[in-house]
Design a protein around this ligand. Structure first.
Ligand code: FCB
Length: 458
């Protein structure tokens, strides 16, 4: 496969991504309050091996070293998240020391010539707000807007690129329907209400961020799960369409002024036959909500890992659908490697929604890495990146305004319910010593970014 940096646009954003709770540690330092992920990870049985983010990668103390690692890779951007419980530890009172950390981080990045891209919410709601109902309570919208206002007011002179939410599908449904993520609630109607509060919080924050940040670039990151029918039968196609509504269109149509998709609304109103009877979406969309959600975006962030193959099935299965797992390559997460689905997704988002710009805000793979004599040989991960970059290139060449790519992740970190058992990093994290070791895939990235520098004469 012929792949070089110079094939991509000169001003392409090349970055790595992380999230606060997954890397920072220092959970009690400088006035930070507890988040729902502290509570959840400390609840027995919720995470792999009882792992918590108490120390994680100790990035709170090692951030300078970590910025140097990014410099070593040659990236020109870094996507991180701000921990809400550092900024509003009790959900109400501003903690300036929490903000100071992100100022220092942003300064270190800027000094290193790396553009900071900040995500406001990557799943660590202050526990104090959860105690008042969390995302299920409409009051969370005002709390988020206040938080977004405080953060962008203080960091706006340093950080121009803002992502409001990371993956509302995941924190709504895994957090409130299946209970696999914090806050561990299992209540489908509540999860559906959470999706609306999340999108509303996003939409209401957008103009506030713009007002605070000169030249702001504001977007949101969705996780996209392309759904392909198992066969061409009408039943399988309809099954795929149903799931596509719940995974993808529900979170995208309203952002682009179309309101919630009718077919999915109907599903939610009916309940999931054979699984949950009764309406799942009480009509708590108030006048003006949909207009607020449709606030114009500068870019749409896309997190892509895999696809879903759907087969119609009666009875027992939510939405009358079951997942088929075709033969093929899978990562350690059990996620199928399907780069064509990324290309098709980008073409589709461009065709159906025409966002001003698209960025891959996460893409990457976990494999069972082994540290041997200061090296990690991970050819499968390198190949994963190459295949997905090639898919991006195909989309760009077909006219998609794809402006950047962030590899997930800079370094191995706390993989939510999977704890430290899954490694996604370009750097291997040796947790007992906090040493970071560049994996072979990271070496490949370094060469790729360097090579392009030379060829592209940047
Ligand atoms: C995404 C999350 C990110 C990371 C990757 C593997 O859903 O946004 O934090 O855990 O999956």
């Amino acid at each position: 496969m012929h792949l070089e940096r110079a094939q991509f646009p000169d001003d392409f954003v090349w970055g790595t991504a992380t999230a606060a709770y997954q890397i920072e540690g220092a959970v009690r330092e400088d006035g930070r309050g507890p988040s729902i992920w502290d509570t959840f990870s400390h609840t027995p049985g919720k995470t792999h091996g009882g792992d918590t983010g108490d120390t994680a990668c100790d990035h709170y103390h090692l951030y300078r070293e970590d910025v140097a690692l990014m410099q070593g890779l040659g990236v020109n951007a870094y996507r991180f998240s701000v921990a809400w419980p550092r900024v509003f530890p009790d959900g109400r009172t501003l903690n300036p020391r929490g903000l100071e950390f992100y100022k220092r981080l942003a300064d270190a990045l800027l000094e290193a010539g790396i553009t900071p891209w900040a995500t406001l919410y990557h799943w660590d709601l202050p526990q104090a707000l959860q105690n008042q109902g969390g995302w299920a309570s409409r009051s969370v919208v005002d709390a988020f807007v206040r938080y977004a206002d405080a953060v962008t007011r203080h960091l706006g002179s340093r950080v121009r690129h803002w992502i409001t939410l990371n993956e509302p599908w995941v924190f709504s449904f895994l957090g409130h329907a299946t209970g696999q993520h914090a806050p561990g609630v299992r209540n489908v109607p509540r999860a559906v209400q959470v999706t609306h509060h999340a999108l509303l919080a996003h939409g209401r924050a957008v103009p506030v961020i713009r007002a605070n940040v000169p030249g702001a670039q504001v977007g949101i990151t969705n996780n996209y799960m392309p759904v392909e029918p198992f066969s061409a039968t009408p039943a399988d196609q309809a099954a795929a369409r149903r799931l596509d509504g719940v995974f993808n269109r529900w979170f995208t149509d309203p952002l682009f002024g179309r309101g919630y998709p009718e077919d999915t609304l109907r599903l939610f109103r009916l309940g999931f036959p054979g699984f949950l009877q009764g309406p799942l979406f009480p009509p708590r969309v108030l006048p003006g909500d949909l207009e607020a959600i449709a606030a114009p975006l500068d870019f749409l962030g896309v997190n892509f890992y895999t696809r879903f193959v759907a087969r119609a099935r009666r009875g027992g299965q939510p939405l009358g659908t079951e997942q088929v797992r075709p033969e093929g390559e899978y990562t350690a997460m059990g996620w199928e490697v399907v780069p064509h689905a990324l290309r098709d997704l980008l073409l589709r988002l461009h065709r159906d929604y025409a966002p001003k710009a698209l960025l891959i805000t996460e893409n990457g793979a976990a494999y069972p890495d082994v540290l041997e004599q200061d090296a990690v040989h991970d050819p499968a991960r390198t190949r994963y990146f190459q295949l997905h970059l090639a898919a991006c290139l195909e989309a760009i060449n077909a006219g998609v305004p794809l402006k950047g790519y962030f590899a997930w992740s800079l370094l191995d970190n706390f993989e939510w319910a999977e704890g430290y058992s899954k490694r996604f990093g370009l750097y291997y994290t040796d947790y007992p010593t906090q040493r970071r070791v560049l994996k072979d895939s990271g070496r490949w990235w370094r060469e790729f970014l360097r090579e392009g520098d030379r060829v592209g004469g940047r």
